[in-house]
Design a protein around this ligand. Structure first.
Ligand SMILES: *Cc1c(COP(=O)(O)O)cnc(C)c1O
Length: 217
C-alpha cells in the first residue's frame, strides 16, 4: 500500500457513494513511524497528519513544519489537562475532547492564548471502560456544555471496539452528530475507512495502510 493507493481508494469510495472526494480529509497517522517514512509522505505532497501523543508530536513536528509549508496536525489520542496548552500550540485540530474538565481547560486557555484549534468530541460508542470518550448517553449534554463554554465544535470522533462491526458504531456517531447539528465525523482507520466513508466520514485516520506496520520494539 502507500499514500497514492490510499488516496485513490478514498476518492473512489467517495465517488461510489455519490460524495465529492474533497469532502473526505485523509489524516495520515504518523505515530511511532520512523522520520524517513514521514518525510517520504511529506515529499509525496501530503500535508495532513495525525499523532496520538503530545510529547511524541512535539519531538518531531516542529522540525518538519519548518521544512514543509502548510502542515496540518491533528491530535487523535487522549489529552491530559496538564498538556492542553502544549497541545493547543502544536495542533491545528484536537479530536479527543471528552470530558468537562478538559473542555473547561481548553476554554480558559482559548481566552488566554487568543486562539483555539478546531475541536472534535470523542464518543466512546462501544462504552468500553478502558477507552476514552464521553458515553453516548452523556454526549448531547456534553456537546451543549462545550457550546455554553464558547467552544466551537466541528464534529464527533469514535474508535469502534476492535472485535465489533464498525458500521454500527459509525451509524451511532452519525446519529448523535446530526441530532446536535454537527457536520464533522472523524471515523475510519486502515481496516475500515471505506466503510466509514460510505457512512459519511469527513475525516478518516489512516496509519499502517499508508506507512506500513508500526514497530513498537
Ligand atoms: C493509531 C490510530 C489510528 C490509525 O490506525 P491504523 O490502523 O494504523 O490505520 C487511527 N485513529 C487513532 C485514534 C489511532 O490511535
Amino acid at each position: 500500500m502507500g499514500l497514492a493507493e490510499i488516496k485513490a481508494r478514498v476518492a473512489s469510495e467517495a465517488e461510489r457513494v455519490g460524495r465529492a472526494p474533497e469532502s473526505v480529509t485523509l489524516i495520515a497517522v504518523s505515530k511511532v513511524q520512523p522520520n524517513e517514512r514521514v518525510a517520504s509522505v511529506l515529499e509525496g505532497g501530503h500535508r495532513v497528519f495525525g499523532e496520538n501523543k503530545v510529547q511524541e508530536a512535539a519531538g518531531k513536528w516542529p522540525a518538519f513544519k519548518e521544512q514543509y509549508d502548510g502542515v496540518e496536525l491533528h491530535l487523535i489520542g487522549p489529552l491530559q489537562t496538564n498538556k492542553a496548552r502544549q497541545a493547543m500550540e502544536l495542533f491545528d485540530v484536537i479530536h479527543t475532547v471528552d470530558r468537562p474538565k478538559l473542555a473547561n481547560t481548553i476554554a480558559r486557555l482559548r481566552e488566554e492564548m487568543g486562539h483555539c484549534p478546531r475541536l472534535f468530541i470523542q464518543v466512546n460508542t462501544g462504552e468500553e471502560p478502558q477507552k476514552a470518550g464521553i458515553l453516548p448517553a452523556d454526549a448531547d449534554g456534553f456537546i451543549k456544555e462545550c457550546l455554553d463554554l464558547g467552544l466551537e465544535i466541528e464534529g464527533l470522533m469514535c474508535i469502534p471496539p476492535a472485535d465489533e462491526e464498525p458500521s454500527l458504531h459509525f451509524a451511532l456517531l452519525k446519529k448523535i452528530a446530526h441530532r446536535n447539528g454537527l457536520s464533522g465525523l472523524s471515523m475510519g482507520m486502515s481496516g475500515d475507512f471505506e466503510t466509514a466513508i460510505a457512512q459519511g466520514a469527513t475525516h478518516v485516520r489512516v496509519g499502517s495502510a499508508i506507512f506500513g506496520e508500526r514497530d513498537y520494539s
